[in-house]
Design a protein around this ligand. Sequence first.
Ligand code: UDP
Length: 381
Amino acid sequence: MYDSIVIGSGAAGSVMARRLADAGERVLVLEKRPHIGGNCYDVPDAYGILIHQYGPHIFHTNEEDVFRFLSEFTDWYFFGHEVAANVHGTLLPVPFNLNTLHMVYNAAEADKLEEILIREYGEGSRVPIMRLRENPNPNIRAIAEYVYENIFLHYTMKQWGQTPEEIDAEVTARVPVLISRDNRYFQDKYQGMPKDGYTAMFHKMLSHPLITVRTSADCKDCMEFADGKVLFDGKAFDGKVVYTGALDELFDCEYGRLPYRSLDFVFEHYKEDSYQGRSVVNYTVSEKFTRITEFKYLTGQVDASGTTIVKEYPFAYTGAEGEVPYYAIINDKNLALYQKYKKKLTGFEHVYLLGRLAEYKYYNIDAIVKKALMLADEIGR
Ligand code: UDP
């Protein structure tokens, strides 16, 4: 009946399903949630404002093939995404860049420091904060300490419950210090939103005569993975299975749960036209939440009155009902546990793991789309 079963309909699962179907395969998509789109899912709230239910997702890429593929299913609302940090009431551009430098230091000092930074790293370069802190030049280290203390330390403590030194260096390196006057959060060529939202884009992607989508369908209710064999509806299934869910849950967390950070999203609606006048403000030295997103500035929506925002309160995922595992906590211990689960799939010839959860990785949207396209081309017909 089916050539492939894809478990999960987020970016990973949807792209995989479409690519396999385009290659002529009959694909079944099993989605545990009542909706498609994974954590990219967006939906109008009670006031008609398009919100991202699982937190702000801003698409950005330099990958032409990724952009071309997604553009088959959506038009775009392009914008250069900018973020401000609220530092004791002052809004500063983040990533910290030369404009930020001139807002923090007096003119003469900023000119001098700018010259030192450019001489040291070159104009346009991107320097992770943890690398900047290691510079022997006391002038550079002073800037690094300012950025560390006012942009990274408290935000990271909230987000991860750990200091920037304790977490994987690649995480803080996502937001490097920029030796430029570019106030954008990302420097990628394409950045913006699917014009009608992510859900519409994934809906179109999954609308294919060879794709069947079942929502509110937990794969564990109809599939079994044991002794190198996959059972589907009680019978042996010899086709391909692409699993995009959490790997520990596939095996009932028998070695204990893989650790994740989760978020509590608190949405608020205001009758005013605008709450903060911009899309995202990071609270880097105060508050219990990490950031406030005002959706209309992300989506460009103008046809609804009032405005909806969301505050993000991080906490340690426990696996309790209703919690969502958002961020893998990458360290040696957790990766070893992940590998232990992965070993359980040895012998399953046609089972593939794909995505943030299944691969226990910190993927951006474009990176997982790219990975899904590559894997589909490798395993598809
Ligand atoms: N970060 C920070 N302060 C900021 C922005 C980011 O300390 O103002 C750190 C923090 O540790 C965060 C990481 O950089 O988890 C990556 O930030 P990014 O905005 O890429 O996170 P995401 O949007 O994926 O949650």
